[in-house]
Design a binder for this molecule. Sequence first.
Ligand code: PRP
Ligand code: MN
Ligand code: MG
Length: 181
Amino acid sequence: ASDLGNDLTQVLLDEAAIDTKVRELAAQIDADYAGKDLLLVGVLKGALMVMADLSRAMSGPVEMDWMAVSSYGAGTKSSGVVRIMKDLDRDITGRHVLVVEDILDSGLTLSWLLRNLRSRGPASVEVCTFLRKPDALKVQVEPRYVGYDIPNEFVVGYGLDYAEKYRNLRVVGTLAPHVYS
Ligand code: PRP
Ligand code: MN
Ligand code: MG
């Protein structure tokens, strides 16, 4: 396989920037949930990297569960209609839930997911998103924890894909035009 990094025009976040921020977020979350049982809910597939790193940077005990959701309708992810492909394994009644996402873009996925999770009677539901595109937000979602605000450009790496590829890049960057053509 060719070197994945050659397909990037720009590196937005290198490994050090990612690592520093993940540790910061983990410390905040540890402090905020001290003495509480915390359930991290990762949203497949994009959240897998941040979930792995964030959870290991935390010192408190956590449980992890996963959801997979898929937008359908007009065939675009911006329809706001979401279908659960894989639900949580366990009941979250009375639990403190922290949804872990790689990126908050239009907000349609998270706003739907939050409504869904809140209807299950949890003690609390908050969001930790590693990236956020403030200029792309279409519906109001207010994550308690945000890693980096980034420009409204298509980025890949650290879990984020283009056509299912580039998730395993160790950095976050913008794709070179030759990749699309
Ligand atoms: C991406 C990303 C977020 C969502 C954000 O997931 O991982 O989950 O889109 O977009 P939104 O704020 O506009 O809803 P995607 O649906 O591409 O699935 P994936 O995680 O498997 O890549
Ligand atoms: Mn996703
Ligand atoms: Mg994707």
